[in-house]
Structures are given as C-alpha cells and as structure tokens.
Design a protein around this ligand. Structure first.
Ligand SMILES: NC(=O)c1ccc[n+]([C@@H]2O[C@H](COP(=O)([O-])OP(=O)(O)OC[C@H]3O[C@@H](n4cnc5c(N)ncnc54)[C@H](OP(=O)(O)O)[C@@H]3O)[C@@H](O)[C@H]2O)c1
Length: 316
C-alpha cells in the first residue's frame, strides 16, 4: 500500500516521500483510510522535533476516518464499520488502528470532517473540560483560533456553554475563528490583551501557540483563571514569572490528549461526549484545504508557513 514516510527527519516536509509499504497484519484492527488529518505534530515529526522521536523511516499521521476492512476475533468492530481513529501511521491507504482509540464515526459527518475530530477535538476536550475545568458561562481565550486545535477549542468551548475570545493573525483567520463560533476575534499583532480585558477578561486560556504572547495571556486572566498549555506553534517555549500567578490565584497547567487515557474509559467517554456534540449540531469540524496523499508535504508546508485555516485533511 502507499504511505507517506519520513525518510530524513532533519529535512522537514522535504524529507517526506510517498512509498510502498506492507499492509498491516491480519492480527490488527485494519482501517481503510478515506481521510486523514494533518496537524502540527506531523510537521514537528518531519523535523525530528516532536517529543517522541521515531526511528526513520516511519509513516506519518495520527488520525483518520474510514472503514474497517479487518477486525480480529473478539473485536467490538466488524468489516464495513465506519470509524474514526487516533492511531499512529494514518497517512497511508490503511492503518493498524488502536482499538481503544477507535470509535464509530458520528452520524452526519463526512469522512473529511470526521478525520479532523480525533486528535484536535479530544485535545480540546481534555484541555478545556479536564485540565481547564471549564464551566458554562465562563469566558475562554483561544490562541491560534483559526488553526486545527484552535477551531476545535472554539467549538468545544461553545458546546460547553462558554463565551469565546479568539486571537488570530489575519482578517481571513478572524473570519475562520468566527465561523467556528468565536464571539470576538482580535488581531495577534494588535493590543489583544487590552481587548480581552475590555471584554471582561478570561477564565480559561487555551494556548497552542506559546512564544511572547504568554506573559500577556497571564495578564488578562480573571481571578482563579486557568491557562492551559497545549503546544508551541510559535516555536518559542515561554517561561512563567510565577509572581504573576499569585495575586489573582491563576493556574498554569499543561495538557495532552493522553490525559484522557489515564482511566480505562476516559477516551471512549470523551469520544461519546464529542459525538453527542456533533449530533446536537454544536460541533462540526471546519475542514480547510484538502490534499491527495502524495501532496502531504505541501500540506505540511502550508502549516509551517502559517497558511492553513481550519483542519488540513488528506483524502483518498
Ligand atoms: N497537547 C496535545 O495533545 C496536542 C495535540 C495536537 C496539537 N498539539 C500542538 O498544538 C500546536 C498547534 O497545532 P495545530 O495542529 O493546531 O497547528 P495549526 O493548525 O497550524 O495552528 C497553529 C496556529 O498557531 C499560530 N501560529 C503562531 N505562530 C506560528 C508559527 N510561527 N507557525 C505556525 N503557526 C503559528 C497560527 O495562528 P495565527 O496565524 O492566527 O497566529 C496557527 O493557525 C502545535 O504545537 C502542536 O504540536 C498539541
């Protein structure tokens, strides 16, 4: 089968090649990939800068939507089931899916929309609900709000009954953040801190960007606010002057989606909750550009050059 392989993880998207690789073994839960999400973690892996460094060559991709082509004996799935999966190696024609991270595809979503769900929406849910302890009626500040995790956070926050203030770099991205459901969108190059404060401050901040803006994020948190660190798309990892946390009792915490997997049913419970949000019409992933599998390196470059809006998706 064809797969997108990182052959040189010092070369970024330039080291990613389409290659023929063996299909997953018959002992695995095998999913034929109809659509696969492309996210910043894929870009970081192509540069050898992700937290977990894989030996090269390896197949990229963390998430896919498609149908089961083979299910081992005793599996909860059967051939033909339409599923989404959070499983590594998804930028290929088939993926060996992790059963505990594979779920029925929510009704009403296309394969492209569903492929945007697993990584970003589980991350947004974990960050806002679990780590950020978000309550209905609170205000959430979302950085990078037109990106993959950003649009997911906007939608999950709205579905949980929050008001959303978005920070984005261009007017087009402001449109995307509003289309995702943001109540306000402020330019990253302007005085967004003043605008957030004028809008009443933030109770929870969702930050997949990092860099210089972190100090200003702390300055616009309300009393007992929670800043959730999700990633560093800016490239720079901020440091915290902890005196800023004291006066207003602000928490800073990190989040990866894997926090959901620390209990036996955590991932399934979160997926079920997201599915309910989809069915209720509160969550509809915003697919940006779509690409053929062989154009994966172009998708990675679009993320790297900050051009992507919504979720980049590879389609079969
Ligand atoms: N913790 C987890 O479990 C988890 C899961 C998924 C992803 N992540 C991390 O979250 C971060 C965002 O991932 P993503 O897939 O949402 O990426 P994305 O779709 O590319 O969105 C990232 C956003 O960051 C902003 N940005 C600011 N400076 C940037 C720069 N120098 N280059 C590129 N973008 C920049 C851009 O928004 P503006 O142009 O509007 O500023 C962009 O829309 C990454 O660090 C990723 O590794 C973490």
């Amino acid at each position: 089968m064809r797969a997108l392989r990182v052959t040189d993880d010092t070369a970024g998207p330039g080291g990613v090649r389409l290659a023929d690789v063996p299909e997953p073994g018959e002992d695995a839960l095998v999913v034929r990939v109809r659509a696969a999400g492309v996210g910043f973690p894929d870009l970081l892996m192509s540069h050898g800068r992700f937290q977990i460094r894989q030996p090269v060559p390896f197949t990229l991709g963390w998430e896919a939507a498609g149908e089961v082509v083979h299910a081992p004996a005793g599996s909860a799935f059967a051939p033909g089931d339409r599923v989404v999966t959070l499983s590594f190696g998804a930028h290929a024609e088939q993926v060996a899916a992790v059963p505990e991270a594979t779920f029925a595809l929510p009704a009403g979503l296309s394969d492209e929309q569903a492929a945007a769900l697993p990584l970003n929406y589980l991350t947004a849910y974990a960050a806002l609900r679990r780590r950020g302890r978000l309550q209905a009626g609170e205000t959430v500040l979302v950085h990078g709000a037109a990106g993959g995790t950003g649009t997911a956070a906007v939608q999950v926050a709205k579905a949980l009954g929050a008001r959303v203030l978005a920070v984005v770099s261009t007017p087009e991205k402001a449109e995307t953040a509003r289309a995702a459901g943001a109540d306000e969108a402020f330019p990253a190059s302007g005085d967004w801190r003043a605008q957030v404060l004028e809008a009443g401050g933030a109770d929870v901040a969702f930050d997949p960007v990092g860099g210089d803006r972190f100090a200003d994020t702390l300055r616009c948190m309300n009393a007992e606010g929670r800043v959730v660190v999700v990633g560093f798309a800016d490239g720079a990892i901020p440091t915290v002057a902890v005196n800023r946390l004291l006066l207003r009792n602000v928490d800073v915490c990190g989040c990866t989606w894997s926090v959901l997997a620390t209990t036996p049913t955590g991932l399934a419970d979160a997926a079920a909750e997201l599915s309910r949000m989809v069915v209720a019409g509160a969550v509809t992933p915003l697919v940006g550009a779509t690409y053929a599998l062989e154009d994966g390196p172009r998708a990675l470059r679009d993320l790297e050059q900050r051009r992507a809006r919504g979720k980049a998706v590879l389609v079969a």
